[in-house]
Design a protein around this ligand. Structure first.
Ligand SMILES: [Zn+2]
Ligand SMILES: [Zn+2]
Length: 211
């Protein structure tokens, strides 16, 4: 929420939320956000789209923190798997990423442009298909190619894996994000270039890209 405020976006003014999977680095502020919605005396519907398994996860969080339960407004839950799951004029579609059994990536299309966000991911044909010709393909990149712990690396993308997806998808602009502390930016860029020679940006907090 601090990032949204810094970007000039009032968090309680959001109408649509999309979650890729349940891990806490991706959901940590869901309960504070819902509590803020109630405190802001929201009345408009809030739409939350998430993959299979998320309902039980959210219900568990709300059982422990009942003060964040929607009151005065409706929280409308949508399964990510039922496509399209967007709003008027901006269809959103989802695809499996293999990071968790049900984790998904999202593609949003609007005004002839498309943005794809992987969440946490592995190399899947579904993700490359979802990223097809994307104007902006945002992929996670947790570890450098040569990170020695194969077990930890397995559930995530590395620079050359992400670059390979971008090349396969013929993405127009690849943005890498979700760098673990072990990542060194100069190495990440060089390793991505082994697989992808199109426009490449290594994301940082507060980065704004016009599509
Ligand atoms: Zn994760
Ligand atoms: Zn993550």
């Amino acid at each position: 929420m601090g990032r949204l405020l810094a970007a000039g976006v009032e968090p309680t003014a959001l109408d649509y939320l999309y979650y890729s999977h349940m891990h806490s680095d991706h959901t940590g502020e869901l309960i504070p956000l819902l509590q803020a919605m109630a405190l802001a005396q929201r009345t408009a519907d809030l739409h939350l789209t998430a993959p299979t398994g998320f309902d039980a996860f959210l219900d568990g969080l709300l059982a422990l923190q009942p003060w964040a339960k929607p009151q005065g407004y409706r929280l409308v839950r949508h399964p990510a798997e039922s496509a399209p799951c967007g709003g008027p004029g901006w269809p959103v579609t989802a695809a499996r990423t293999g990071h968790m059994p049900t984790s998904v990536a999202y593609r949003v299309a609007a005004e002839g442009k498309s943005v794809v966000y992987s969440g946490d991911a592995t190399v899947t044909p579904e993700l490359a298909a979802l990223g097809r010709d994307a104007d902006l393909l945002i992929l996670e990149c947790s570890f450098p190619d040569d990170f020695p712990d194969e077990e930890r690396k397995r559930g995530h993308l590395t620079p050359s894996a992400a670059g390979g997806i971008a090349r396969k998808a013929a993405a127009r602009h690849l943005v890498l994000t979700h760098f673990y502390p072990v990542c060194r930016m100069d190495e990440i860029e060089a390793q991505t270039r082994r697989a992808f020679d199109g426009p490449l940006t290594l994301a940082y907090d507060g980065l704004v890209i016009a599509v």
